[in-house]
Design a protein around this ligand. Structure first.
Ligand SMILES: [Zn+2]
Length: 296
């Protein structure tokens, strides 16, 4: 009987057993609470089809979306001394890093790629928010600098896409030093006469918003993105006043002149292509009448 129980029965069971349902088929919109089928989300670039909320994107997906036909080359980033302060809170910082590396598949919170966007050469540095809240430590500072150097070398535009909670506190003052460092990186690109474009995504806060994220030649933002330095609740408690509706949102910043354009995700690539095209090729499209002839 053993061949019946050991061989035949499992075979029959495997034929009649319903296939296992893969996990994570559905996502919940954090804005309207509706359930969204994962495949629908992929089609809408992770924008909720019910309320238009722009969900946070992993860095890899963001880059897939921005580059032409998702063709790009990943730039290997300099290796850093992890955990310079041997920091420990409830967990060792070194262990937190290892966990984040395992869950995201990235070495730190910034991913740098080079490729073409609407046919134009670009270097893009996108934050991985899932990596310790996209916090900026030495590795991120180093990566922003590497991206800027590469843009200058390739005479390409630099696009940075922040999604960050701010400086990485586990690296203490060393994380704060990345603020001037990243400003120097942005300046390198500008001094070379190349476009430095920032795309603010949800959330861009703390030390990141207080450094390279706010000095773009052109600053774009995704709808509804929270952009600010300190959290709204902290500010309310400090100044003992109620903050206006929509405070620290992309649209509010646009209304107050801090952002040049709020662009829905589906239009991002075309918009960036148009801006880059204008900045990289400022030649007039039509024939220009000579000034001397016009005067005579
Ligand atoms: Zn929604």
């Amino acid at each position: 009987m053993s061949w019946l129980t050991n061989f035949v029965r499992p075979k029959i069971q495997s034929l009649v057993r319903p296939r296992e349902v893969p996990e994570n088929l559905w996502d919940k919109c954090p804005q309207c609470g509706n359930m969204i089928y994962r495949r629908d989300l992929e089609k809408t670039f992770y924008v909720c089809p019910h309320c238009g909320h722009h969900l946070r994107l992993p860095a890899k997906k963001r880059l897939d979306m921005l580059f032409d036909e998702a063709k790009y080359q990943r730039i290997e980033l300099p290796k850093n001394h992890a955990d310079p302060l041997k920091f420990r809170d409830t967990k060792r910082y070194r262990d937190r890093l290892l966990t984040a590396q395992k869950t995201t598949g990235e070495s730190d919170a910034l991913v740098v790629m080079t490729g073409t966007l609407e046919g134009l050469e670009v270097v893009t540095a996108a934050f991985e928010f899932r990596f310790m809240g996209g916090s900026m430590g030495i590795a991120v500072g180093e990566a922003v600098l590497a991206a800027a150097k590469l843009a200058v070398l390739q005479e390409a535009a630099l696009i940075v896409v922040p999604a960050s909670g701010g400086a990485r506190m586990q690296e203490g003052v060393l994380s704060l030093m990345q603020m001037p460092r990243t400003i120097i990186a942005a300046d390198m690109v500008k001094e070379a006469g190349l476009p430095y474009i920032v795309l603010l995504t949800d959330p861009t806060t703390g030390g990141v918003s207080a450094s390279f994220a706010m000095v773009g030649d052109i600053t774009l933002a995704e709808p509804g993105a929270v952009v600010g330095f300190a959290g709204a609740r902290v500010i309310e408690e400090t100044i003992h006043e109620k903050l206006p509706e929509g405070f620290q949102r992309a649209e509010y910043l646009f209304d107050h002149g801090m952002v040049d354009l709020v662009v829905p995700r589906a239009e991002l690539r075309a918009t960036l292509g148009r801006i880059l095209g204008l900045l990289r090729d400022p030649q007039p499209q039509g024939a220009v009448a000579s000034v001397t002839r016009a005067v005579s």
